[in-house]
Design a protein around this ligand. Sequence first.
Ligand SMILES: [Zn+2]
Length: 562
Amino acid sequence: MNGPSRLAPLAALLALNPVWAQVAAVTGEPPTLTVILVVDQLTADRTREWALKDSSSGFRRLWQEGVVYENAAYDHATSATAPGHATIATGVHPSKHGVISNFWYEREVGRPFPSVWDREYGVSPSRLAAPTLADILHSRYQGQAKIFSVSIKDRGAVFTAGRQGKAFWYSTRSGGFVTNGFYYPEGAEPEWLSAYNETAYRQVPAAWDLLMPGETYAREDDRRHERPPQGWTRVFPHEYAPAGTRQYYDQLRYAPDGDRITMGLAQIIIENESLGRDDVPDLLSVSLSATDRIGHAFGPDSRESEDNLHRLDRLLSEFLDYLDSRVGPGRFLLTLSSDHGMRPIPEYAPGADPEATRVFSRRLTEALNRRLSSGLNATGAQDLRVVGALNRQLSSELDVDEDLVTGIVMPWAYFNLAAIERLELDLDSVRRMAGEWLEARPEIARTVPVSQLDDCGGDRTCELIRNVWFDGRSGEMYVVESQNSFVSADPPVYAASHGSPYLPDLRVPVLFYGADLKAAIVDRPVTPRHIAPTLARALGLPPMENWEKPLTEVTGRPGEPQ
Ligand SMILES: [Zn+2]
């Protein structure tokens, strides 16, 4: 099977950069270890809520001793894991780094592919179109900087590792953390990896149960619209399937124990690869996925999410203690952020229309278009029914017998440009008809044709969409779901989701901790695009094209406006 072609190598990306030539001198002592900590789906509100709890230790310490940007939000429309991580990794919009979604349709091949898909290795960052902080660090220190990244999700690990770092993610098939030939030639994987996989599960208890006394929880446990993973009910305790089974490995991803084994591997890496031990700065990225899976399955307002945050709080506290003892206080610089926010389970959202919570649900079930069903894989399948219905609508209105929409791989609608040209139809008219049809559905708020992105005229949603448009990857029309709806598989797999251009999906924490930073709470609006330029400045690395200015509360240049 052929996949999309790979992009230009890193050297070409760096060479194209006009500011790359002016390599800045390292000024001051850069931190010996920089840690990028991404908590998948952690919202700004929850971070604050937990940091202010008397019972908090980890969040509280970060909040009280770090530089906290209270008003941080993404300024791109598709609030999803891959675009978020790639934005943190590169410091630029998806319209520049090219990772526009978790999946997008490849016209070349005729089906959707995951953002981390690589023809040769299966998974790699080869579809990144911009240099990462990791790449720049690698180049600046001629390969001497150690760069590692770990996550349960492949897309949580590969972007922050860049093209030269080593990424590790979790496989439910093998039941452990894996890497591949892009990072290590076959057989050359580090010994500590298999050793860790053999021992990691010994610390996992038989069930996920409440950390605190039951009466201290503010959120209800048993709610009708929760969708627990296979083998679990909606209520605590959540007993794991027998160790070693596929279901066991799957359930671990939906529990705080998944974060615990991820953090365990991060520490194994720090120790076995001697991160932060010499004068060359090292970079470790950790993306914790449990908050995301739990939020999807039980909703962000569930007792499961509440317990998860209590446990995450402790995990963060233990990790900070660990970094203090292993690397030394003041010698590491840590940033905490997230790849996207979250919205409630739509059925429980205030003011939600109970008939319009999920797009393309069973009510819409119609015969699948035969050609589409053979052309799209499971990732696009959730949208096939509406594509089939949309095609029938367009065909009857325009009196043609070809499908004019190839697929909707949310949030993009991809039109059959060849057929539209052959039938001598006007793309704008077809797009307008399709847009009107979609917008008549209560689950769809609006559609935005790509032709509109050139002139947004102050329309904020349009601007957010422009920041995720990438030539050759985006479709011809962006589909915005209604605030209390989300595009769901049929039947739904998840209870709740994110991905929209609405503020709850965009607001995330951005904070920095360590390296003798002076504590501050800053209300000036920033974005996760500020993270890479800020860390680069702290590490004495040159700025890249399209970067924001570093955050001066962190980089501490006297005389510069704060
Ligand atoms: Zn995510």
